[in-house]
Ligand binder design. Structure first.
Ligand code: ADP
Length: 235
């Protein structure tokens, strides 16, 4: 669950303007939510609050059962592991193959080698890259790279996946497949997904809960119909 209560973020150097102004929202476990808005609307600020990269000027933030204003320092690594991150620039490690890019995040936990091997193969299978598991990132298309990043994000069984413009560097035709994959994960594993995008066509196509930010304010929070049925369905 993600909840913001009357959150304001004021950066000192933007004279008098708030990057986020008294924003409140609640995203329940298992939801799929698009966050949209023009550049400068406050989308990145919102994500940074959720991942605790940023502390609000005022207001409260709760994520996955943690009150981020009160969380103990030693608990932060556990909190972070409850979130899987997906970025527009993929952030894969170039000198590791697909398998190792995914396994890497589990090797820093105290999981057994046997568990890691099974989990890595399972998530690679889920993103349909089993036959590419030994490939290095420079041999993969943008869509394939993002699927590796999705597998990596899922590896530690996070309660929440945050995808920050995941389709920005992908062939538009393949962008739909990336969103479908995120929706499949949301549906089958009940993982909450928050996807930031500025691509209207994707949101219009899939529909579902959409939060629109403008100048630091939530100007819309509701359900859009979508071409495929409005319930974020992938059928
Ligand atoms: P978006 O992700 O929607 O493009 P941001 O959250 O990055 O929007 O930015 C919201 C507002 O806060 C913008 O006016 C931006 O210029 C400002 N801003 C963002 N980060 C900083 C920062 N570190 N220092 C000062 N101003 C910032």
């Amino acid at each position: 669950m993600v909840e913001l209560k009357n959150v304001t973020v004021h950066y000192r150097d933007i004279g008098g303007v708030d990057a986020l102004n008294n924003a409140s929202l609640r995203i329940d476990d298992g939801e799929f939510v698009f966050i949209v808005g023009e550049s400068g609307a406050g989308k990145s600020t919102l994500l940074k609050l959720i991942t605790k990269e940023l502390t609000p000027t005022s207001g409260r933030v709760f994520v996955n059962g943690y009150n981020l204003g009160k969380i103990k320092k030693r608990k932060i690594p556990y909190f972070r592991r409850s979130i899987g991150m997906i970025f527009q620039d993929f952030r894969l490690i170039d000198d590791m193959n697909v398998y190792d890019n995914v396994a890497f995040v589990l090797r820093v936990t105290n999981k057994t080698r046997r568990y890691i091997r099974k989990r890595v193969l399972d998530v690679i299978d889920m993103v349909k890259l089993t036959d590419r598991k030994k490939a290095y990132p420079n041999k993969l298309s943008g869509g394939e790279k993002q699927r590796v990043a999705i597998a990596r994000a899922m590896a530690s069984e996070p309660a929440l996946i945050i995808a920050d413009e995941p389709t920005a560097n992908i062939d538009p035709k393949l962008s739909y497949d990336i969103v479908k994959l995120l929706m499949q994960i949301n549906k089958e594993l009940k993982t909450t997904v928050i996807m930031v995008t500025h691509e209207h066509s994707l949101v219009e196509y899939f529909g579902g809960r959409t939060i629109r930010l403008k100048d630091g304010e939530i100007i819309f929070d509701g359900y859009l119909e979508g071409v495929v049925g409005g319930d974020n369905s992938d059928e």
